[in-house]
Every structure is written in structure tokens, then in C-alpha cells.
Design a protein around this ligand. Structure first.
Ligand SMILES: C[S@@+](CC[C@H](N)C(=O)[O-])C[C@H]1O[C@@H](n2cnc3c(N)ncnc32)[C@H](O)[C@@H]1O
Length: 413
């Protein structure tokens, strides 16, 4: 958790502009509570009328740590009882609970006996940027993708590549960063923010924040009329479609080219984006290859190669998908299939990305070895309870003209 102090406009700005935050909470009270009865009493006595009336809808999200409180749902229940009993005892009526579209989302955080009440100013998690056009489940959420790009140190100063782009999260987040576009702008037109239903919401201040964010994006476009080239590729046609749709909705389609290939066969120079980039110019690669979340251990081995079929649940069925182009004819295990994919990635990186850095996410060291390159850095990242690594590979520059490997020279002698 990161904390900061600011006014209402700053809270709006934080929601609009922070790329790696999931929620912006506004603490309103802290107290020590020893047990459930004390928690009930705290909620019964707190001046909720400053925030709610009997017609309001609310919800309480709880996070508990420590030994005193062990069940977050029970804590929410006790807190809710205290809150509604306060209104019922005064007015014989009470505000109601609404899980989906409450007027007020209350966050209750208990660390041992220290209880913090906050107003959740965001509502739905901020990874819901509002640019996903399909209801696919992206393996990486947008906030995580932005965080991994930030970890790579990219500042929009080189061309950007994801050879296994799936629905294009890295591409879109990268484009938003390079164009200095606030990640929450589209959301403001679609899902919106919880603070818009607060009694003290100031629409004028919010509009000023939106205007500012738009102006910064426009100024960046003027100052840097040639943004970095952002290239995506995926073997699955459904992924390519989703990446295209997402980038349209995020209004960065003009910055992104997406291709459909097995990455081992993907030749950037020969593609329609080839003319836009210098062949040997250093690029930044950020990618999330399959590492066995769905097709790893536990799934029976079979005649298969990790590829589009493994993502049909997310990308939907595509009639145009020709299984035979990607499903190998060999009898191989799921693990071997994954190794083939990582091996293809290694081949692609060495051939197409000389002198570049690649940041590759892995949750499975067994399969990532098949990339056949030594990682120069391993960032530890925990994702959904899985111990992952963001592996950095520094790819060698192209060989100088006339270069011959030492062994061959010796052979000639
Ligand atoms: C974990 S997903 C990537 C998800 C992506 N980061 C997103 O935001 O949606 C892995 C992707 O690798 C693709 N893939 C698997 N084998 C491939 C190959 N040989 N060449 C290119 N793409 C491949 C899959 O189709 C899938 O979309």
C-alpha cells in the first residue's frame, strides 16, 4: 500500500493517471478494535449520516490480517450490522446493501487490532480501463502489464514488440504510456468512478482533471509526432482480432501493428511494419508466453502443440483457425509442447531482435529453460499466488560483416 495526501482534485487525478494502482482509498477513521463486538460498536457509532441516508445503497469490502480477525466476510457482516442498526434505531429505516452499483463503497482494513475505515473512490478495480471489447479473461490484467513494462525501464524511447501478444495488453499499455495518455480516460466515459456518486463530488473539478489529462496527451503528440513503432504478433487469429479491437477502443490503433504468425516464422522486416523500423535498431520486447497455467502439469499428455487451441476459451472459436498449421503431428507431452513454444521464442529473439532487451514473464522455470538464453536479470513477481519471474535477456548485436566463428577459422587453418 502507498499513501499520499491531497485534495479532491488530486484524488480524481490519482484515479485517472496512476497506471499501476488498483484502488484509491480515502481513509476516514482509524480505531483499535479487540473483537467482533467492538467492530459492531464502531460501525454503530460512526457518523455514517455524513455519507449515507436511508435510501442509499452501500457495500463493505473487508481485508483482515492477523489473529484477532480471521474471516473478512464475517468482519464485513458485523460492520454492516452496526451500520444498518444505527439507521434503523434512529429512523426505523435503513440503507440497503448493493454489491454491484452501490452509492458508497466502504473499505474496512484490519491489521491485528488496528482498524481503518476508508471510502473506495475507484469502485471497480482500476485495471478495468474500459478498452476491452470482449469478455475474454486476459491472463494478465492491465495494471500488471503496465507495471511489468515500467519494470523494464522503457520510456517510449525505442520500438516495442510483443511476439505472443494475446489480446494485446502489453501493446495497448505501452502505447498509452508512450503517448502519455492517462490510463483512466476511457474508463471515465464508460464504467466511471465511485467518487462520481459521492455527496461531495465536484463535477467541475473532475472535468478540469479530464481536460488536463487530454491536454497532456495532445501536447505529447505535438512534441513527438513520430511515436515508437509498436508491433504485436500471435499465432491465434482470435487473439489478433482482440488486440485490434482493444487498440481501437483505447484509441491507439494508429500506433500498433498486429500480425498473425507462429513467432518462429515471423519476419518483422518482411511484414508491412518492416518499412517503419530500422532492421537492427535495438527494440524492447515484453511478452508473456504460455507457461502452463492451463496446459501444464496435471493435464494428460497428447498429440498436441501449445497453440491457438489452448486459448479458445478466451478468444472464442474462429472458423478461420486452421488447427493443422499449429498442432504438431508428433506425440508430445504438454510440457514438451510448452518447451517448443519457448524454443520458438528464443529463435525469434535471436534472429529478429539483435542488440535488444527482452523481458519475458514466466511462472514455470522448467519450460522457460527451453528459450536457450541466459537471463541477465530475474525480477521476482507474484501473480495470483504464483511465484513468477520477469526474465531479462540481453540479445547480442548483429555480427559484423565478414565475421566467422573461431572454430571455422581454425578449421580453415
Ligand atoms: C499467456 S497468452 C498472452 C496473453 C497476453 N499477454 C494478453 O494480454 O492477452 C500467450 C499467447 O501466446 C500465443 N502463442 C502460443 N504459441 C505461440 C507461437 N508459437 N507464436 C506466437 N504466439 C504464440 C497464444 O496464442 C497466446 O495468445
Amino acid at each position: 500500500m502507498v499513501s499520499f495526501v491531497g485534495d479532491l482534485g488530486f484524488l480524481y487525478k490519482a484515479n485517472l493517471c496512476l497506471r499501476t494502482a488498483l484502488k484509491i482509498l480515502k481513509p476516514i477513521h482509524t480505531a483499535r478494535v479487540q473483537d467482533e463486538d467492538a467492530l459492531y460498536k464502531l460501525f454503530y457509532e460512526f457518523p455514517w449520516e455524513d455519507y449515507l441516508d436511508v435510501d442509499s445503497k452501500f457495500v463493505i469490502d473487508s481485508v483482515v490480517h492477523g489473529t484477532r480477525f480471521t474471516h473478512s466476510q464475517y468482519a464485513s457482516q458485523k460492520a454492516k450490522d452496526g451500520l444498518v442498526d444505527q439507521f434503523r434505531d434512529k429512523y426505523k429505516e435503513r440503507p440497503s446493501v448493493d454489491l454491484n452499483r452501490p452509492d458508497l463503497r466502504i473499505n474496512l482494513h484490519i491489521q491485528q487490532d488496528l482498524c481503518t475505515l476508508s471510502l473506495d473512490s475507484s469502485g471497480a478495480s482500476l485495471h478495468h480501463r474500459g478498452y476491452r471489447t470482449a469478455t475474454n479473461i486476459a491472463p494478465l490484467n492491465e495494471v500488471l502489464a503496465a507495471g511489468l513494462i515500467q519494470l523494464s525501464g522503457w520510456k517510449g524511447d525505442s520500438d516495442f514488440l510483443d511476439p505472443m501478444c494475446g489480446s494485446g495488453t502489453f501493446l495497448i499499455e505501452g502505447a498509452l504510456m508512450a503517448a502519455n495518455v492517462a490510463p483512466g480516460l476511457i474508463r471515465s466515459e464508460t464504467i466511471g468512478y465511485a467518487f462520481e456518486r459521492w455527496p461531495d463530488h465536484n463535477p467541475r473539478t473532475f472535468e478540469e482533471c479530464l481536460e488536463n489529462a487530454r491536454r497532456i496527451g495532445a501536447e505529447t503528440r505535438t512534441a513527438a509526432p513520430t511515436p515508437p513503432v509498436i508491433i504485436g504478433n500471435d499465432i491465434h487469429p482470435g487473439a489478433v482480432t482482440l488486440a485490434g479491437q482493444g487498440s481501437e477502443t483505447a484509441r491507439v490503433a494508429g500506433m500498433i501493428d498486429v500480425f498473425r504468425n507462429d513467432c518462429e516464422m515471423f519476419n518483422i522486416t518482411a511484414s508491412s511494419a518492416g518499412a517503419k523500423i530500422a532492421p537492427n535498431a535495438p527494440k524492447l520486447v515484453v511478452t508473456n508466453p504460455p507457461w502452463g497455467k492451463r496446459i501444464g502439469a496435471g493435464e494428460p499428455a497428447g498429440r498436441r502443440r501449445a497453440g491457438p487451441g489452448d486459448y479458445d476459451d478466451e478468444y472464442g472459436d474462429e472458423d478461420s483457425f486452421d488447427r493443422d498449421t499449429t498442432v504438431g503431428s508428433n506425440d508430445i507431452s504438454a510440457e514438451e509442447a510448452l518447451e517448443q513454444v519457448w524454443n520458438s521464442l528464443g529463435v525469434f529473439l535471436k534472429r529478429e531482435c539483435p542488440d535488444s532487451s527482452a523481458f519475458v514473464l514466466s511462472g514455470n522455470p522448467e519450460v522457460s529453460r527451453a528459450i536457450r538464453m541466459r537471463a541477465s536479470r530475474k525480477h521476482v513477481v507474484g501473480i495470483g499466488g504464483v511465484d513468477c519471474r520477469l526474465l531479462r535477456y540481453d540479445i547480442l548485436p548483429p555480427k559484423p560483416p565478414g565475421y566467422a566463428p573461431r572454430q571455422r577459422l581454425e578449421e580453415r587453418d
